[in-house]
Design a protein around this ligand. Structure first.
Ligand code: BGC
Length: 807
């Protein structure tokens, strides 16, 4: 990933870029122990120094169930964690000073009973990974098989040798199921081998460290109360219940065991918060004990404990009937199908290739089977941001899903539709009409205590509508229009129409005051340009959708009127507000303003800010930050990407040139967007550096908080930086327009997109790009400005790269 240092240095205008180039290594993990491999993340030595991070990086998840990569033997551990998407506890938010409309309840995803435990005893001596004499060790997260595999050899103090193998996965086929295969083999000598397979209720939930607001917060212990347990053969089942959110769950484990030597299975024992089944085999040299441990989890707010037990038993019964080979095969088939569309192949840089596939695999793990739930900012890999869903989903994840996993995109948008009743209530709470989606949530209610960097981010409404509009245009799923989308568009347009006003002091333009844009370092500002432009888009989309529904589907239109009380006069109100939307601009500086007062603030002293001062949010009182020209994450620059027609090229350049040097990139959402716009503007070196920033956000622990979970927005953002950045894809009107520019040093970049049910492959090589229609109806695309038609007779076209304009 290292490139020409002279050219890199030249590119370094802004603090983030300086930080990127000054970092010696792009990868956190040393190459000797973690070698580059195109389809696997490999750990060749057990490395305690990286334990907090590798527990996250090697997680297994399927979008519903996630398990941190803690060892089967139970120790050593930084933070144990098995999570179910959306399974949370609520708690009263303590305010030192109350105000009207503050959210009352916080929400925190909970760690649920840990079923990974398979404790090993050799002649009754516990095997302790941290102290064992290891002869060989390898742990592999395999992106193609979808498994976390470990193989180690160790020697007992008296010279006997054993080999341990384990392989686990959270099934992509049955999302309630996880499976662990655990094998002990005597390599030298004989031994009595005991494995205690356990299911343990967490005795306490992870706590906030009191310093980093992004970490989890207090839910009070015990948040999860066991209500029932039972054993049946080698199976143990538990029911549990949260105290305040009134969610009920059931979890269970069962086993298939075989041994070459005599095998004894002790009767399963279970207490309130801990159950275990013990297996005992006397193994001679060369003999094995093999355990397949099956885990099932179900939860619900409606179903009672008995019903959840029923579901959990069914999951395990079916898994036992199929057997592990079938389970693995079905899991694998889902993963194969994913890679067929999702893979991005880079030839010419092995580290980039590995990191890209790691990110894409983690995206699958974050949302592959999240149906009915959202995508937590950290996926299911840790409790950072408390398991909350943010705008990250719509702006950084849904774009990828729209092209690669459209069903999942639809399910996430459907979730917003289901949240609409709560969003209506929330709008009333903050004195608005229509609906206001929560800035951060699990259950659909706003759950952030700090309004300046949450409730004030009204742009969430427009982000949802923007993502939904693109989804419909690119998938052709018009059914979603009348089943949810129009209603969302109407209620959000109403919110904007009520929030803003025509300001006489701004020439009667429509102004929106007292909001926070994406940049959380400038809060509660007037006329944040991103917000106003996205609100304008939201209003126009609402008008377009309602108009077309009225003409094309009168019945659906009547239903909409019934559901929302829509008065057609509102359309005029929205059109007027959109047409008269105020977009701040500074004549003297010749640049758009991020908000009305942005240029009046004092410049941040970047030269006087050492690397240790970042992220600023951990080192400065918010007010210090707020009174300076310093930007946390792409804000106006993001607007130039999302709304390319709102700016001409020169305006985009001015915006990038002005705001990029002020952007700290303290949010992981930023680098990918900066990369895309740098690529568009011909700033090739910056584009590449920002791309690597997003690419190794997790593998390089760029934010220093990977221990708390992955940065899912950056995972999606990496794909965007490749497809929208290097391939230059813009698709606003549903037409795919490419401006490919292959990074130096890459021999090939190849990816696939599935617009409207077809499959298009794009292969960029130095000097040319090949477009192949692999499936679907004729497709008309643009390469630079050239029209390219692909159809059954001419499914593939080679187009020469045009000379790039110098910057
Ligand atoms: C960013 C937000 C983002 C959140 C969750 C914050 O640091 O500023 O834009 O939604 O993280 O990823």
């Amino acid at each position: 990933m290292t490139r020409d240092p002279a050219r890199r240095d030249e590119a370094c205008g802004c603090p983030r870029l300086r930080a990127i180039v000054s970092r010696e290594r792009r990868q956190l993990l040393p190459e000797r122990e973690y070698p580059a491999d195109p389809w696997r993340l490999v750990e060749r030595r057990s490395m305690p120094a990286y334990r907090p991070q590798t527990e996250t990086l090697f997680s297994t998840a399927n979008g519903y169930l996630g398990i941190r990569a803690t060892p089967e033997e139970g120790a050593p551990v930084h933070e144990r964690g098995t999570y179910l998407n959306g399974f949370h506890e609520t708690w009263p938010i303590p305010y030192a000073e109350e105000a009207h409309g503050f959210p009352r309840l916080g929400q925190t995803m909970l760690a649920v009973p840990d079923g990974t435990l398979l404790k090993l005893y050799v002649d009754d001596e516990p095997f302790e990974l941290a102290n064992a004499r290891l002869l060989a060790f390898e742990r592999v997260l395999d992106f193609r098989r979808g498994t976390l595999d470990r193989e180690l050899h160790f020697e007992t103090p008296d010279g006997r040798r054993l080999c341990l193998r384990s392989s686990r996965f959270a099934s992509m086929d049955d999302r309630h199921l996880a499976c662990i295969e655990y094998e002990v083999r005597m390599v030298r000598g004989t031994a009595s081998v005991v494995v205690s397979s356990e299911l343990v209720v967490p005795s306490e939930q992870p706590r906030s460290d009191g310093v980093d607001p992004r970490r989890t917060s207090e839910v009070g212990d015990p948040a999860l109360a066991p209500t029932h347990h039972r054993t049946r053969g080698r199976r143990i089942l538990m029911n549990l219940e949260t105290r305040s959110s009134h969610l009920r769950m059931a979890c269970a484990m069962d086993h298939v065991v075989e041994a070459d030597g005599p095998l004894e299975v002790e009767e399963a024992e279970c207490a309130r918060d801990r159950g275990r089944v013990v297996f005992h085999a006397d193994l001679a040299e060369g003999q094995r004990l093999r355990i397949v441990k099956l885990l099932a989890y179900h939860y619900s707010a409606e179903a009672d404990a008995g019903e959840l037990r029923f579901r959990t038993h069914r999951t395990l019964d079916r898994a036992l009937r199929h057997g592990v080979e079938v389970l693995r095969g079905r899991h694998r088939a889902r993963i194969d199908a994913y890679w067929r569309l999702a893979d991005v192949e880079v030839v010419g840089d092995a580290e980039v290739q590995q990191a890209l596939r790691f990110n894409l695999y983690q995206l699958l793990q974050a949302c592959g089977r999240c149906e009915g739930h959202g995508v937590p900012a950290k996926g299911l890999t840790g409790l950072g941001y408390q398991g909350h869903y943010f705008w990250d989903t719509e702006i950084h994840v849904v774009p990828f899903l729209t092209y690669v996993l459209p069903h999942t995109a639809r399910s996430l948008l459907d979730l917003r539709h289901r949240q609409l009743p709560l969003a209506r209530l929330r709008a009333r709470e903050v004195g608005e009409r229509g609906a206001l989606f929560p800035w951060r949530t699990i259950n659909g209610e706003e759950s952030s205590a700090y309004y300046a960097a949450s409730t004030a981010q009204y742009h969430i409404d427009a982000d949802v509508v923007y993502a939904a509009d693109r989804y419909v245009a690119l998938t052709g799923d018009v059914e979603f229009l009348s089943h949810g989308f129009v209603e969302i568009a109407v209620e959000t347009a109403r919110m904007w129409a009520g929030l803003g006003f025509y300001s006489p002091r701004k020439g009667g333009r429509f102004c929106i005051n007292g909001v926070t844009g994406p940049d959380e370092y400038n809060t509660v500002v007037n006329n944040n340009a991103y917000t106003n432009l996205m609100a304008r888009e939201n209003l126009r989309i609402a008008v377009r959708l309602v108009d077309s529904l009225r003409v094309r589907a009168p019945e659906a239109f009547d239903r909409l009127v019934g559901a929302t009380g829509l008065d057609v006069a509102e359309l005029e109100e929205w059109t007027r507000a959109a047409d008269r939307m105020y977009v701040p601009w500074d004549e003297e500086a010749g640049v758009h303003l991020q908000d009305d007062d942005f240029l009046d603030r004092e410049l941040w002293d970047f030269d006087g800010s050492p690397k240790s001062a970042y992220p600023l949010l951990l080192h400065f009182h918010p007010l210090v930050i707020y009174r300076h020209q310093v930007v946390k994450q792409a804000d106006l620059v993001l607007a130039t990407f999302l709304l390319p027609d709102a700016f001409d090229r020169e305006e985009k350049r001015r915006i990038f040139d002005y705001y990029d040097p002020l952007t700290t990139g303290d949010s992981s959402l930023s680098g990918c967007i900066q990369s895309i716009m740098a690529a568009e503007l011909g700033y090739r070196e910056q584009a590449y550096l920002y791309f690597t920033d997003a690419l190794v956000m997790d593998l390089g622990d760029i934010g220093g908080n990977v221990r708390d979970g992955l940065h899912v927005a950056a995972l999606g953002g990496t794909w965007m930086a490749v497809v929208h950045g290097f391939a230059g894809l813009r698709d606003r009107d549903g037409v795919l327009r490419f401006r490919p520019d292959l990074p130096d040093g890459w021999d090939r970049l190849r990816f696939r997109l599935a617009p409207k049910g077809g499959v298009l492959e794009v292969e960029m090589q130095p000097g040319q790009t090949i477009y192949r229609l692999l499936e679907g109806e004729a497709l008309e695309i643009r390469h630079d400005d050239e029209r390219v038609v692909l159809d059954a007779r001419n499914p593939s076209r080679v187009v020469a790269a045009s000379a790039r304009k110098p910057k």
